[in-house]
Design a protein around this ligand. Sequence first.
Ligand code: GLA
Length: 357
Amino acid sequence: MTTGAPAVAARAPGRVNLIGDHTDYTGGLCFPMAIDRHIDIAGSPAAGVVRLTTPGEPDAVVPLDVTDPAAQSPEWARYVAGVVSQLRPSVGFAGTVTSTLPAGAGLSSSAALEVAVALVLGADGTDPVALARLCQAAEHAARGVPTGLLDQLACIGGVAGHGLLIDCRALTTTPVPLPPTDEAEWLVVFTGARSLAASQYTTRVAELAAVEQEIGPVRDASADDVAGLRDPVLRSRARHVVSENARVAAFAESIAAGDVVAAGALMSDSHRSLRDDYQSSAPHVDVLCARLDATPGVLGSRITGGGWGGAVVALTRPGAVDATAVAAVAGTGTRHDAAAWYVHPSPGAHLLDHPEN
Ligand code: GLA
C-alpha cells in the first residue's frame, strides 16, 4: 500500500421499499431491495476523533466520547456521531464520504451512512441483525424519530438480483429473485426532499401503540379485531397495517411466481391504503401515482419509505416510462429537485477489498 492511500473502505447501498410500509415497528412484513445507489467511505484509522469530509458540506468531526449525537453539526455529523456513541471505537478514523444517494428522498441515505461508518470503524458485519440494531440505535440517537429496522436490514442484507422478504418480528430476511430487466423494471421518482422528523411519523408510532393496548399485537390482529376498535382514526391506522402485511405476503408470492401484473396491482393497492387509511402520503405524490398508474406499461406505483413526500416506486414494463420526463412533472411545484432513475437490486453493505486502488 502506498503512503497516504486509504486502508479501509466500505460501501453501503440505499434501499427502496417495494411494498410493506409502516409495518416494521409493529413486527410486520416488508419487502425492500438494496439499490445501485450508495454511500462509500474510504480512509484510515486516526487518533482521537472520527473526521469525515464530503464534497459540498462542512466536515463531520466527532470525538470518540461524544454523548449527544443530536447536538452535532453539521446535520450529517449526527448520524456519524450516533454510530460512534453506539460502537465506542477505541481508535478514530479519517476519511472521505462520497454518495450517489440523495438525502431526504425516502431511499435511506441515513441508514447507508450509519452502516458504512460502522463498517469502517470495525463493527462486526457477520451478524446482520446485531449490526442493524446498532445502526437503528444510532439513528434514534441522531434524530429522535422512533424508526423501525427496515432500512438498516435492507441496507445490510441486500442480494444482487433479489428483493428481501423481511419478517420484522422473527427478524428473518428471505431473498426472493426479482424479474429480469427484460420483463419488468423498478423506477424510483424522487419528488423533493422532506424531513421525517417534521412529519407525523412519531404520531403514527404512538397511534399503533394505542391500537396494541386495545387489541394486542397488530401482527396477529384479524379484520374483526380491527373493526372492533372504538376510535375511527385508530381503526384506519390498524386497517392499513393488517392489510399491508397481507399485501406483502401476496406480493412475495406473485413475484416468486413471475406474476408482475398481480405484483403491480398490489403496489397500487398499498398506495391507496397509505393515502387513505394511514394518511402518510402527500397530494403531489398522489397526483404522480395516478399519472403513473394511467401510463401504458406501468404495472403499479406507490409512495415508498417514511412518506409525507419523498419517493415513489413504480413497477414498469421495460422502457415504459421516460425517467427524465417523469422527473420534470414530479415536484411539488415549489421545489425543483425532483429526479427519477431506474434502480437495480444490489448487494448489501460490505467492506471493499482493495481500497488503495
Ligand atoms: C422509514 C423508517 C422505517 C420504516 C419506514 C416506513 O423509512 O426508517 O423504519 O418505518 O419509514 O415503512
